[in-house]
Design a protein around this ligand. Structure first.
Ligand SMILES: *Cc1c(COP(=O)(O)O)cnc(C)c1O
Length: 426
């Protein structure tokens, strides 16, 4: 990890204490109060009118959540962040806040399944969406229309790990005055900061690596300060307060969080903030494991293909090496056609069949049958998702134990030693 990123993690670790928590506490407390009282009622009015900072009602803001927002802002080196109950809430609130009927959104076609589903819902509200293969920037250029407002891309696409030329797209968006929104969930701010490629807004699902322990849901939007909202037509006059670089996140907080109401709970915020303290350590351990396992699986006769950006065989390996500080810990594998993916998953003993990623434990999921099932075979094919594709989110376990688990399971299924019915109940 670079020196600069390490200094951001250090700031994160000390932020609560330095800002001052009661009793010299080292962590911000879990504030469960929904309402906040004022000795002078005029002060309550000032908070409502945005004249002073402070807390009035828990749906709009909470001190425990603010402490987490500050940490994410530090990690992304942005201006401000707004947290939500889930990553999807962060994405949906951002889009519903900033786009209006008649607007056009360009999105990478390689998308997290629920983001894809939500963007399809947007089209029923009169918002046009073009899904393009963003690994070729020309497709974004060709899709641009006079009503295009924003471009949305994931850093490493979930699950097939396609990577777009994020810097080239950023330069194009800047030239065209388009809002550039980057979902940084798979890389996290210790591997990549989308601000460096001119993204105006950054989305993080905190449920994944940021929290890291699979014990709390959450999402965040960060304003990087790159985008000048004064030329963006959808900002309401009420939110044109202060420097124009802050208008977007203010409108997201008011229209997206306060009005739509997907507020992060203080208890979840505390879990996520504790997890974030070890983000850099976990990411470097899981990425190291992922590299070891990807190399091992790529050479294994039971595996047809491994999609992992750290492998030189990955089509965007060089691009990833230039953009990122590491290659993350998500990969997808295609088994030999003769191996049934369910039988293989059931033969794994350490690795768990579960739908999450960024957990400390290694998790596996048969993509076409689960998270990408609803979209249908045609859309799956356009995303490069075959029926037997398995997504692996690599954890921080002992790498020998992980490789052994895969090796043993592959041997078992390829020898026909296991059939699904013969396996013991897990
Ligand atoms: C999981 C995920 C989301 C959604 O996050 P939730 O917290 O599960 O709502 C968004 N984008 C990507 C890339 C994800 O992996």
């Amino acid at each position: 990890m670079s020196k600069k990123k390490h200094s951001q993690v250090t700031q994160l670790l000390h932020n609560d204490y330095q800002k001052g928590v009661e009793h010299g506490s080292l962590h911000q407390s879990i504030h469960t109060s929904v309402a906040f009282g004022f000795h002078r009622s005029k002060e309550l009015a000032d908070v409502f009118q945005g004249k002073t900072g402070g807390y009035a009602y828990g749906r709009a803001s909470n001190p425990t959540v603010t402490a987490l927002e500050e940490k994410i802002t530090l990690l992304e080196q942005g201006l401000a962040s707004c947290c939500f109950a889930t990553g999807m809430a962060a994405i949906s609130a951002t889009m519903l806040t900033l786009l209006r009927a008649g607007d056009h959104l360009i999105s990478s076609s390689f998308l997290f399944g629920n983001t894809n589903s939500f963007f399809n819902t947007l089209t029923t509200y009169g918002i046009e969406v073009s899904f393009v293969d963003a690994t070729n920037t020309q497709n974004i250029i060709d899709a641009t229309q006079s009503n295009t407002k924003a471009v949305f891309v994931e850093t490493i696409a979930n699950p097939r790990t396609q990577i777009s030329d994020l810097a080239q797209i950023g330069r194009y968006c800047e030239k065209q005055g388009l809002l550039y929104i980057v979902d940084n969930t798979l890389t996290t701010p210790v591997v990549f900061q989308p601000k460096t490629v001119k993204a105006g807004l950054v989305i993080n699902s905190l449920t994944k690596y940021l929290g890291g322990h699979g014990n709390a849901l959450g999402g965040a939007v960060t304003e990087t300060g790159v985008f000048d909202w004064s030329s963006y037509p959808n900002i309401y006059d009420t939110y044109k307060k202060g420097h124009s670089h802050n208008w977007g996140i203010l409108q997201i907080r008011k229209k997206g969080l306060r009005d739509m109401g997907a507020t992060l709970s203080p208890e979840a915020a505390h879990h996520l903030a504790m997890g974030a303290e070890t983000l850099a350590l976990r990411v470097s351990a899981s990425s190291r494991n992922a590299m070891t396992l990807a190399s091992f699986l790529a050479d294994h006769p039971g595996i047809n293909q491994v999609f992992y950006p750290g492998l030189e065989s990955h089509p965007e390996h060089t691009l990833a090496a230039g953009l990122f500080d590491g290659f993350g810990s998500l990969m997808s594998i295609e088994l030999n056609a003769s191996i049934d993916c369910f039988a293989f998953l059931d033969a794994l003993e350490l690795v768990i069949s579960a739908s999450n990623l960024g957990d400390n434990r290694t998790l596996a999921i048969p993509v076409a049958h689960t998270i990408f099932y609803e979209m249908g075979a045609e859309r799956r094919a356009s995303m490069g998702i075959t029926e037997g594709l398995i997504r692996l989110s690599i954890g921080i376990e002992d790498s020998d134990m992980l490789c052994n688990d895969f090796s043993r399971a592959l041997l078992a299924v390829s020898q026909g030693k296991f059939s699904r019915d013969l396996l013991p109940e897990k």
